[in-house]
Design a protein around this ligand. Structure first.
Ligand code: NAD
Ligand code: UDP
Length: 349
């Protein structure tokens, strides 16, 4: 029997790529998403890409905070594990609307954990973030590095991590894996699924992508006076397909009887500056990205990259792709879907 995985936020960027890999890996996936920041088209395409495995995908348009609806889903299916992606993730918006973020991310997670416990499903993989390292004093960031938050979004990740640790302490039947993602970039190599943010993108590469297709005139570079190779901020960019793969590795790890509440970085261990990333994208796409240099963005760290040793040793997982492949696949997606899912020529809605 195929293992059944509930995927919250499975219509989103990382979720849709992970759902595809689950299906291809012989799992069956039930997605719960309120489509607040995503499109059902992504799941239609996942189904198509998964070919004969596509029938093992089902979708409920449900908000995690809707307890009766969530209860119904859990009473219809016995899940082996939950991968919990659902959450709001825009840092700037979280500063403007902190209660929205605390309500959505914390209440959503607490409701999910309560319903899971009630239905005897105590296996969880949670999307945490490198944002919990704040402005790291030392790099690479190891899972033991101090954690802190610079904004309400980061605080929701920090609090959910702590909630998970408390839940495990209170009941050792739980097995919880907290995955701290570094900077996911790129798209499935088919170019049929990818990142399609609503509104003005907050993150570097979605912004670059929109400049490349003519939706925005230039990229604003936030600061060129950092103590880095070219003065711009350094991050650990990871291909979204590698990241999705890390979730399959985490699910396998949940079978280990010694698992309690564990934390793993998912990154490549390599730091890349903003200018390096832009240059690599220009090469991959053949498009010039006009730049405007501006001041630092408040709350931005100088250099953040992962120590990957623990994930390699314990999850038996390692990122395969570099920034060239990330930019190649990002451009493949962007050029096929210049307006994202909703009105692109490749849309199969
Ligand atoms: P995304 O916005 O594309 O996906 C999140 C999905 O959750 C969306 O489809 C949204 O509609 C859904 N959702 C939000 N609140 C919900 C609710 N209350 N009930 C049901 N569905 C809800 O984001 P993503 O980039 O795929 O990120 C997935 C997870 O990974 C998030 O928790 C995010 O914080 C975390 N993360 C993302 C990044 C990144 O840079 N993309 C980095 C680190 C961590
Ligand atoms: N960045 C930038 N212009 C943008 C968006 C981001 O120069 O429009 C820089 C940002 O200052 C940081 C890097 O790109 O140095 C990655 O930013 P992103 O928001 O993608 O990730 P995070 O800072 O959350 O790691």
């Amino acid at each position: 029997m195929a293992k059944k995985i509930l995927v919250t936020g499975g219509a989103g960027y990382i979720g849709s790529h992970t759902v595809l890999q689950l299906l291809e890996g012989g799992y069956s996936a039930v997605v719960v998403d309120n489509l607040d920041n995503s499109s059902a088209v992504a799941l239609h395409r996942v189904k198509e890409l998964a070919a004969e495995h596509g029938d093992n995908l089902s979708f409920h348009q449900v908000d995690l905070r809707d307890r009766p609806a969530l209860e119904k889903i859990f009473s219809e299916t016995k899940f082996d594990a939950v991968i919990h992606f659902a959450g709001l993730k825009a840092v700037g918006e979280s500063v403007q609307r902190p209660l929205l973020y605390y309500n959505n991310n914390l209440v959503g997670t607490i409701t999910l954990l309560e319903v899971m416990a009630k239905h005897g499903c105590k296996n969880l993989v949670f999307s945490s973030s490198a944002t919990v390292y704040g402005w790291p004093k030392e790099v690479p960031c190891t899972e033991e590095s101090p954690i802190s938050a610079l904004n309400p979004y980061g605080r929701t990740k920090l609090y959910i991590e702590e909630i998970c640790r408390d839940v495990y302490r209170s009941d050792s039947e739980w097995k919880i894996i907290l995955l701290r993602y570094f900077n996911p970039v790129g798209a499935h190599p088919s170019g049929y699924i990818g990142e399609d943010p609503r509104g003005i993108p907050n993150n570097l590469m979605p912004f670059v992508q929109q400049v490349a297709v003519g939706r925005r005139p230039h990229l604003t570079v936030f600061g060129n006076d950092y103590n880095t190779k070219d003065g711009t901020g350094v991050r650990d960019y990871i291909h979204v397909v590698d990241l999705a793969d890390g979730h399959i590795a985490a699910l396998r790890k949940l079978d280990d009887p010694k698992i309690g509440c564990e934390v793993y970085n998912l990154g490549t261990g390599k730091g890349t500056s903003v200018l390096e990333m832009v240059a690599t994208f220009e090469k991959a796409s053949g498009k010039k990205i006009p730049l405007v240099i501006a001041g630092r963005r408040p709350g931005d760290a100088e250099v953040v990259y992962a120590s990957t040793a623990r994930a390699e040793a314990e999850l038996n997982w390692k990122a395969k792709y570099g920034i060239e492949e990330m930019c190649r696949d990002l451009w493949n997606w962007a050029s096929k879907n210049p307006l994202g899912y909703d009105s692109s020529p490749a849309s199969t809605n």
